[in-house]
Ligand binder design. Structure first.
Ligand code: 3EB
Length: 328
């Protein structure tokens, strides 16, 4: 089983624990990729000296590299990164190549089912209309997913954020069993967004139960239905985002406080007040990792994601119900 927490400890100290699969660091200008696949440097700046630490109860943990994929594996999960340099090639092609490489590789691995993907790319909002880089990225991503026959209902939770470094940086988690996606009753499924948001819908689930312990929640923003709410007002966008997270976690049957939260903020949004307000809603003891980046819609100022603990009985009920449904 997988779990996550945030920590102020330094990376070498955290990597001393045998159950650690990934220490996720953040840097606006990441240096050379670390050789240890357990060390993942997300290309976004953060003022907080906080790392995200993913641990497993299914050790031993091993690691390796295949092509541009670095991975870390336990008995039940694989966590990895895939990094492509962006030297000005078409972003649709880069997205297609990155996803094709990842999906082809996953096909031959013991843990074939995507549980979570993070997407970071430079200049995400550059380009007008359907030529915007985020929209073209979504086209390449969807083409690769279709070719490997991943159906919409099996899409994992995701995040897509603009970075400064000239990279396409993917971080992923995969499991031996499929995750169980959960959609948000207040939001249209992203893979059903209407044409006006681009030629290809964004390919992700709002959240998923990934094992008996965790609900992984996608980057969540101030969108109701499919429409952005409160453009230009970060405080009201934050409140709307909280309502979305409440509706989603309630729908998934989760009651406890989140285990870890990240907040992605456009550079003009004040970091301190946002973190304070997030803590006021979800728990004063919580560490929130604030990150500076561009949200994929130009009218969105911030986005929040996280992992919520599942209570044992909820999971058992749901998987019993799911297997009964599958038998029908
Ligand atoms: C939204 O809800 C906001 O393209 O992978 C959130 C999470 C968003 C993931 C993605 C996009 C993605 O539509 C944007």
């Amino acid at each position: 089983m997988l779990t996550v927490h945030t920590s102020h400890l330094n990376t070498p100290t955290l990597l001393d624990s045998p159950d650690v699969m990934a220490v996720v660091d953040f840097a606006q200008t990441p240096g050379p990729r670390p050789e240890d696949p357990r060390q993942m440097v997300t290309p976004l700046g953060s003022q907080a000296n906080l790392r995200e630490v993913w641990t497993t109860s299914s050790g031993p943990v091993t690691s390796g590299q295949t092509g541009r994929i670095q991975f870390v594996r336990s008995g039940t999960e694989t966590i990895g990164t895939l990094v492509l340099e962006d030297a000005g090639q078409a972003i649709e092609t880069l997205a297609y190549r990155a996803y094709t490489e990842l999906l082809t590789w996953l096909d031959a691995q013991p843990h074939q089912h995507l549980w979570r993907v993070w997407n970071f790319l430079a200049d995400i909002n550059i380009g007008d209309g359907d030529q915007e880089r985020y929209r073209l990225f979504s086209v390449g991503r969807l083409r690769a997913l279709r070719e490997s026959a991943v159906p919409d209902r099996a899409l994992p939770p995701a995040t897509a954020i603009g970075c400064q470094a000239p990279l396409v940086y993917l971080m992923f988690i995969a499991g031996g069993q499929p995750c169980q996606p959960v959609e948000n009753p207040r939001q249209l499924s992203a893979y059903r967004y209407p044409r006006r948001y681009g030629p290809a819908s964004p390919s992700f689930a709002r959240a998923a139960r990934v094992d008996a312990g965790s609900l992984i929640v996608s980057g969540t923003a101030s969108i109701v239905g499919h429409e952005t709410q409160h453009p230009g007002d970060w405080a009201r966008q934050l409140d709307e985002t909280h309502r979305n997270l409440e509706a989603l976690t309630a729908h998934a049957g989760v009651e406890a406080a989140p285990r870890a939260l990240r907040a992605y903020l456009r550079p003009e949004v004040p970091l301190g007040p946002v973190v304070e307000r997030i803590r006021a809603r979800w728990g004063e003891h919580l560490d929130v990792i604030p990150l500076v980046g561009e949200i994929c819609r130009t009218d969105l100022m911030l986005e929040i994601e996280g992992v919520w603990p599942l209570s044992a009985h909820t999971t058992a009920d749901r998987s019993a119900a799911a297997s009964r449904a599958a038998e029908v």
